[in-house]
Design a protein around this ligand. Sequence first.
Ligand SMILES: NS(=O)(=O)c1cc(-c2ccccc2)cc(-c2ccccc2)c1
Ligand SMILES: [Zn+2]
Length: 263
Amino acid sequence: GAKWTYKGPDGETNWSKNYPYCGGVFQSPIDFEPELLRYDHSLTQIELLHYNLSDKELLTLVNNGHSVQLSLPSRMSLSGLSHRYSAAQLHLHWGSQSLPAGSEHTINGKRFPAEMHVVHFNSDKYPNVSVAADRADGLAVLGVLIEVGRFNPAFDRFLTYIDGIKYKNQTVKIPAFNIRELLPDQLDEFYRYDGSLTTPPCYPSVLWTVFRTPISISHTQFLGLATTVYSSTVGDDSPVTLSGNYRRTQNPGDRTVLVNFQE
Ligand SMILES: NS(=O)(=O)c1cc(-c2ccccc2)cc(-c2ccccc2)c1
Ligand SMILES: [Zn+2]
């Protein structure tokens, strides 16, 4: 599809010119402001199936020019939702060295340094993520807020390889690992709402689950993420650092955000 960026003339205010859904309803991300939240005791826990991958298998890490993305096997899945959702990929959104706030979702206006998305598709109804991507019940994405603090060994399982994907369209195969270790210890408290892909084509096809508890990475790990990869291709005579790859928060409209916790 048409190229899009996070800054400049192809930036988010113009996405809807080529991607009409980006100007539509149920857009993500949103700010979790107190007035939007509604406690729902019937929200069931998310269960992660087969997240503990063997290091005998290889995953593809790619720089797609907009993010760093790790492929995931479809035998990894979520239960506890209305359908089974099988994993497809995980990727990140982050700030920059000078502006270290790059999460997509915000909590009462607080933007975190980064955010990880684990993308799953409804494998009860659809054969793969591409078919599911534009169906209203097609996708379930887990959002993990990332703060800077303690070093995160699980994060280094892929971060140590990003020197191999400095440029757009570069890929590297990495040994798989326990993806559960990338998620917060506590999965019991989360925000749940109906939204969209936060990048073009912005399909309103995502059931969002954003965990309340952030994970921590070290400042060095954050700088590694924010300063190593380029959005430009190898040989491009003016390399552009890939950073600040987050969409601003969208109008919630009359949506409420369900939460399974009370202050
Ligand atoms: N941010 S997100 O979780 O809504 C999301 C981001 C990206 C994305 C795309 C380009 C560069 C970087 C990130 C792709 C998808 C996607 C999910 C299912 C099927 C197709 C695409 C979903
Ligand atoms: Zn994302």
